[in-house]
Write a protein that binds this ligand. Structure first.
Ligand code: GLN
Length: 484
């Protein structure tokens, strides 16, 4: 059962080959027996899962109305609030926090009939590209357990790659869905900003954060997006435009589609073996009728520096709420209020989170605001305009997802080298546009991902292109040896 996609499992449930309880037990057993090394699931929720599965089986047997993904299991990144279940965001600060309500994403997937198997490990407050900043320890990549799974949604990626769940949710502020998807051989979609509600999703950088699906296939990503997307009055940045039928477009022909290759990405800095892998994938798309156009994003190299001003600035403000007073970690025996704040925050946050708070507070302080924050926002607008201009001459943009395959644990100790893991993904978040990473090859036995970037609300075209590619190739079906 675990080698099946969501779409295949849905058929199995419909034709009564197995029940939701069978399916849920199977995945819970896999988590229990296989996750000790990976450390991808930090809070399994077996009792709740079995109750939800029993309810799904009952709905089906009584002929009651069913949700689109009724009875199918999923894991949620521990950044989404889950009622009555610990919601830690990978931090000691929230290790004792049980959310009193469900995130909108969680509610929508519950309403679609899905069964929550548990919560996945992640970089602390989603800050990282290797899942090594988690308070609960690093996650290991199922393709090679000496390597990182990518981050910050590393737990979700490792769990789905090892088939401990058929799919998982993630969030992407600067690449955290796409980069781990690439490093673990999955399909990961960051939708347009505003497509999915951020209500109940713990905030890192609010103008960049977006939830999305992490799956085996584009078809499964379409199924999940269908349920997750849509306006939510509780999130003022969620956009009130209608949600298309993503599955209806999956098989559309690619004839005449123009795929733009940014010359700033395909230059001598790109690993030649990575470039070769991506070019042979482009050849597949060309055989399907797409054609290549060369484009330019002249200021894309400024996306990492702009992001590392804007994201920490927003984080420093968002993380001010963790003061040891109302919820979360509180130090023992504070001598006065200042001591309570200082020690609760010093003991509750890890080093990367502190670094971001310091950078952000500095960039926003008077005298530096114009020099850093305003400049970064101006750069962001410039990058948005360059993407807009590119989409006047192409329908989609093709790019690498990550400069390298999964790297060894503890390999990138210097924060700058870690920040450069996201050079191909961050511009997309600054522009607010959608992008999808999908497996397109392997190097040294490790998955390689390629990225398709679309214009605002272009999710359908991304899913369509990825789906057509996956019908011609088998990279998305590869499963690491010990987990088959
Ligand atoms: N790696 C980037 C960072 O550390 C992006 C993280 C994310 O997308 N949540 O900020």
């Amino acid at each position: 059962m675990h080698t099946h996609t969501l779409a295949q499992l849905a058929e199995g449930l419909a034709s009564k080959k197995f029940s939701s309880v069978d399916l849920t037990r199977h995945f819970l057993n896999r988590i229990q027996s296989l996750d000790a090394t990976l450390n991808s699931v930090i809070t399994p929720t077996p009792e709740q899962a079995l109750k939800q599965a029993e309810a799904a089986d009952e709905r089906r047997s009584k002929g009651q109305p069913l949700g689109l993904l009724d009875g199918l299991p999923i894991l949620h990144k521990d950044i989404f609030c889950t009622e009555g279940v610990r919601t830690s965001c990978g931090s000691r600060m929230l290790d004792n926090f049980t959310a009193p309500y469900n995130a909108e994403v969680v509610v929508r997937l519950l309403n679609a009939g899905m069964v929550m198997l548990g919560k996945t490990n992640m970089d602390e407050f989603a800050m990282g590209s290797s899942n090594e900043t988690s308070y609960y320890g690093p996650v290991r990549n199922p393709w090679n357990t000496d390597r990182v799974p990518g981050g910050s949604s590393g737990g979700s990626a490792a769990a789905v790659a090892a088939r401990l769940a058929p799919a998982a949710t993630g969030t992407d502020t600067g690449g955290s869905i796409r980069q781990p998807a690439a490093l673990c051989g999955l399909t990961g979609l960051k939708p347009s900003y505003g497509r999915i509600s951020r209500w109940g999703m713990i905030a890192f950088a609010s103008s960049l954060d977006q939830a999305g699906p992490m799956t085996q296939t584009a078809e499964d990503a379409a199924l999940l997006l269908q349920c997750m997307a849509g306006h939510d009055p509780k999130d003022s940045t969620s956009v009130a435009c209608s949600v298309p039928d993503y599955r209806a477009e999956l098989n559309a022909p690619l004839t005449g589609m123009k795929i733009g290759l940014p010359r700033e990405f395909f230059n001598e800095t790109l690993d030649p073996r990575m470039a070769e892998t991506i070019f042979s994938s482009l050849a597949v798309l060309e055989r399907l009728g797409a054609c290549r156009v060369d484009i330019s994003l002249p200021h894309i190299d400024l996306s990492v520096p702009a992001y590392y001003v804007i994201a920490p600035a927003e984080a420093s403000s968002n993380l001010a709420r963790y003061d040891g007073v109302r919820f979360g970690y509180r130090c023992s025996n504070p001598t006065d209020l200042t001591d309570l704040y200082v020690r609760s925050r010093s003991e509750g946050f890890g080093p990367e989170v502190k670094r971001r708070i310091l950078i952000g507070t500095y960039a926003l302080s008077s005298g530096y605001y114009d020099a850093y924050y305003r400049k970064a926002q101006q750069t962001r607008r410039l990058i948005q305009h360059e993407f807009d201009a590119a989409f006047k001459i192409c329908d989609l943009i093709l790019a690498p997802t990550s400069p390298t395959v999964a790297f060894p644990l503890q390999d990138r100790k210097d924060p700058l080298s870690m920040y450069l893991s996201d050079i191909y993904t961050i511009g997309v978040n600054l522009a607010g546009i959608p992008a999808l990473s999908l497996p397109c090859g392997q190097l040294d036995g490790l998955p390689v991902g390629m990225q398709l970037i679309g214009p605002y609300w272009g999710e359908s075209r991304l899913l369509n292109t990825a789906h057509r590619f996956q019908q011609e190739t088998a990279w998305h079906q590869a499963i690491p040896a010990q987990y088959r």
